[in-house]
Ligand binder design. Structure first.
Ligand SMILES: [Zn+2]
Length: 272
């Protein structure tokens, strides 16, 4: 098993929505991670110097965007947290906010964290995608999976403290109850050699390019594509994938539809 650099390990635990590229890992040499991280996420947050570099980021949605929220009818659609057609964004919180998936398992793939649990359907999709990539000489590693409401709460609180402003924190971190990672349907990948883990340059790696091209075959979509932050609410994340089922993923690919909001005819969610 190959692991990403330790510094990236710290960062992936700190970033919540993966909504912002993290700073470059400080450690250039991969090392084995033999000990589980402490249970307190707050103990693993990066130093102030580890704040995302604004220059690396796609323009963030403005907090003052006045896009209308979902109508009651729209809000009721795609709102079952146990269904694969669930849509979570800044206008569509999980119900309940502290939702916990009923069934989670660890996929049998290379991981860089002990927080890699996923729903069984998503775990199976990950295993299929990673095996197919490996067969074509592309090494993938799972760097983040399910995160609980409490994990997200600690992370979001940390970013609010760092920025001193919730509006600024909202550009880099999802509020608890609003993160796809809390559903067990979303995960972040890295390249097996740790190159560009959770940072903008990941999109240029063979791992990211292979995954983007083949994800639909496994029922997966790139959830936060480049240039669609006014719809998704988050900057581009070439590492964040979401399980939606093969029919939906292939239909979106065939139609060239980039976001789940557009596919399901739901309102854009540029801000809370
Ligand atoms: Zn993510």
């Amino acid at each position: 098993m190959r692991l990403v650099p330790g510094a990236a390990m710290v960062l992936l635990l700190a970033l919540s929505a993966c909504s912002a590229p993290a700073p470059e890992p400080a450690a250039a040499t991969p090392r084995s991670i033999t000990a589980a991280p402490p249970p307190d996420a707050a103990a693993e947050i990066p130093s102030p110097g580890d704040l995302p570099a604004p220059a690396q980021r796609e323009p963030a949605p403005a907090a003052s965007d006045a896009a209308p929220g979902p109508t009651p009818a729209a809000a009721a659609r795609h709102a079952d947290p146990g269904a694969v057609d669930l849509v979570v964004n800044k206008r569509r919180p999980l119900v309940p906010l502290d939702y916990v998936p009923a069934d989670l398992r660890l996929p049998e793939v290379a991981t860089a964290t002990d927080r890699a649990l996923l729903r069984p359907d998503t775990a199976t999709a990950v295993e299929g995608m990673f095996a197919a990539a490996a067969a074509e000489g592309v090494g993938l590693v799972l760097v983040s999976g399910y995160r609980s409401f409490a994990d997200q709460d600690s992370t979001y609180t940390y970013w609010v403290g760092e920025y001193g402003d919730p509006a600024a924190a909202d550009t880099v971190s999802a509020r608890p109850g609003y993160s796809e990672h809390q559903t067990g349907l979303a995960f972040d990948i890295g390249q097996a050699d740790g190159a560009c883990t959770l940072v903008l340059c990941f999109r240029d790696t063979p791992a990211a390019q292979w995954a983007a091209e083949h994800a639909a075959d496994f029922g997966l979509i790139l959830r936060y594509p480049l240039g669609f932050h006014e719809i998704t609410g988050f900057s581009a994340e070439s590492w964040h994938f979401r399980y939606v089922g093969r029919d939906v993923a292939l239909a979106m690919k065939a139609a060239g539809t980039q976001t789940l909001e557009e596919h399901y005819g739901l309102p854009a969610a540029p801000s809370y």
